[in-house]
Structures are given as structure tokens and as C-alpha cells.
Design a protein around this ligand. Structure first.
Ligand code: 8YV
Length: 312
């Protein structure tokens, strides 16, 4: 069977298929030991199994002279240098669609946590404080002006959910989608000004890095809420933290961060943020479907068939 280097985990069901069908190798857990391991074991490895968050780490492609395919267990490919892959004729696959609903669900959950403060409400019950008094009032999440940055698969799934919240929906996106009937904004500042909640669902790239900057954050304003389920790199995290601390932004719901798994202490201490550890796609059902798609892409490639979900 073809030899694969696996640097990111798969759900246990597809993992069993991968292990049965391929010669799956794992590099040392200690990063310092990896260069020597790659020098000794890199030749002959034809496939790489990675995650959206890890992508293809710097220097790895050079250490894998026989690499022919990179299968990402995730939809995002911002950590893969596609030009370098094309130059070496290395194919790349990802896992779109199967995770769309889960990620959109989490976006709504983070919004609700920001407005209804469910973690605080739950602590009130668990800590036995309820008999001593009521929790402070929260804020209404329905009927607001919702803005979506990036109306692709996930952005549209967020919009479908929001259509039940009785407010208005506007968006900004590289591709206009007039048939969906949402108001289009040319600039992010204009969209943010017209939004109470701004959802970030844009694909990360050099072009979208820090796209949500101080100006956009301030346009959202002291009562506005930013929800990011895309990538930390899309938002200027330092500007976000400052605005949340100074009250220039009302709140934020964050599943993704600039330097995962490190979340700045300043953000972790703020009361007006809802935080999650990059769990947008982290359900049994979706992770099993993502892993199955990873294995199917590899099977297709090594079987001489078309990739199911090609990036390159
Ligand atoms: C995970 C994601 O990072 O799909 C993506 O782009 O961000 C996530 O689903 C991850 O790749 C799961 O392994």
C-alpha cells in the first residue's frame, strides 16, 4: 500500500479505514526530532494527511520528495502553499459541504451566548446561586440587523438560520448573490455600520488577513457583536481585544484565534466574549464524514480516479 504521513487526527471510524488501506506513518511528537525523522523516513511517502489548522507546515514538502497528494481533514486550505503544490504537481483535497451545517450552528450558538449569556446563566444554576437571586438581564438576539462577511457555503448556511430570527440580513462577499435577496455592501465598513451582529465566514488568505481591522470593528460599534467561525487571521485580534476592553465593541463570539491553541489572556479575561476552542466542525457525525471524505479522496487518487473534492 502507498505510504502516508499523517500529522493530523481523523475520527476513529475513518482512521480504521485509513490504517487498513495504507502504510500510515506518524512523525515524532517532539518537533525537534522531526527533521532527523524526515531525513531518514521522508523518501517514499506519497501522501500527507493533515488538518485545516496544520496545513502543510513550512519545510515539510521539501522533506517529502515523493509527495503526490495532500489530503486536508478540513475545508480551509489557508495553511497550504497552493502555488508550491502546483509547482511540484502535488494534488490537494479538502472536506467542504459535510461540515457546513455544524459550523453555521456554532456561529448561531456563539451569537446566542453573546446576547443571552448562557454560560453565566448555567453557572448561576450549577453554583447553587439561584436561590439567592436572579441573574442579570441579558440582551435580545432576535430581530436585529445581521451582517455576513463571506456568503459562501458556510455564510449562506448562517443566513438560512438567521432567516428565522426575524431581522434583516446583509452581506459582503467577493461573489454577489442577488438571487438570495440579501442586501449587498461594497465595503466591510459599510456592512459593519449597517449591522448589529457581524459574522465572519470568509476564507482565509493573504488577501483577507486582518480584513476585520480597527475601522471595521469601530463601525460595528459599542452595541455590536462580532462572531468569527472562519480563521483568526481574518481579524486583527489585538485591535479586537482593545475595542472589547474599551467598550468600542459590544461583544464577540470566537471559535478561532490568531495563534491557536493560544488565546491571549486579555481576551480570556473579558466578560463580553463567548469563547470556543475551534470546535465548529467538532461533532461525531461531521468528523466521521470529514474523515470518510479524506479517505475517499486518497482512494480515488491512488486508484487513478478524479478527486472528489479537489483544491488543486
Ligand atoms: C478543523 C476547520 O480545523 O475545516 C476547517 O477548515 O477549521 C476545521 O474543521 C480541522 O481541520 C479538523 O481536523
Amino acid at each position: 500500500p502507498p505510504a502516508l504521513l499523517q500529522i493530523g487526527a481523523l475520527h476513529h471510524e475513518p482512521q480504521a479505514l485509513l490504517d487498513a488501506r495504507y502504510d500510515v506513518r506518524h512523525w515524532p511528537g517532539d518537533a525537534a526530532a522531526r527533521p532527523a525523522w524526515l531525513a531518514a523516513n521522508g523518501a517514499g511517502i506519497e501522501g500527507l494527511v493533515t488538518t485545516g489548522g496544520l496545513g502543510v507546515p513550512p519545510g515539510l514538502v521539501e522533506a517529502l520528495p515523493d509527495l503526490r497528494i495532500v489530503a486536508i481533514n478540513g475545508v480551509g486550505f489557508d495553511r497550504v502553499d497552493l502555488a508550491a503544490m502546483r509547482a511540484r504537481d502535488i494534488r490537494v483535497s479538502n472536506t467542504p459541504d459535510v461540515l457546513t451545517d455544524d459550523v453555521a450552528d456554532l456561529a448561531i450558538a456563539l451569537m446566542l451566548n453573546c446576547f443571552r449569556r448562557l454560560p453565566a446563566a448555567e453557572r448561576h444554576v450549577r453554583d447553587g446561586v439561584w436561590p439567592r437571586g436572579e441573574v442579570p438581564l441579558a440582551r435580545r438576539a432576535s430581530g436585529l440587523r445581521y451582517g455576513i462577511v463571506g456568503l459562501g457555503r458556510i455564510g449562506q448556511a448562517i443566513a438560512r438560520r438567521l432567516s428565522g430570527f426575524g431581522g434583516s440580513i446583509a452581506y459582503s462577499s467577493p461573489t454577489r448573490r442577488p438571487h438570495l435577496g440579501h442586501a449587498y455592501h461594497e465595503t466591510l465598513v459599510s456592512l459593519a455600520q449597517a449591522s448589529d451582529v457581524l459574522f465572519v465566514a470568509a476564507a482565509a488568505s493573504a488577501a483577507t488577513a486582518h480584513m476585520i481591522d480597527r475601522e471595521v470593528i469601530e463601525a460595528l460599534g459599542p452595541n455590536g457583536v462580532l462572531v468569527n467561525i472562519a480563521r483568526g487571521s481574518v481579524v486583527d485580534e489585538a485591535a479586537l481585544e482593545e475595542a472589547l476592553r474599551d467598550g468600542r465593541l459590544g461583544g464577540a463570539g470566537l471559535d478561532v484565534f490568531a495563534e491557536e491553541p493560544v488565546v491571549p489572556e486579555g481576551l480570556r479575561e473579558l466578560p463580553n466574549v463567548a469563547l470556543a476552542p475551534h470546535v465548529g466542525s467538532a461533532t461525531h457525525e461531521t468528523r466521521a464524514a470529514m474523515g470518510a471524505l479524506v479517505v475517499e479522496n486518497l482512494d480515488s487518487f491512488f486508484g487513478g480516479r478524479e478527486l472528489l473534492t479537489p483544491v488543486v
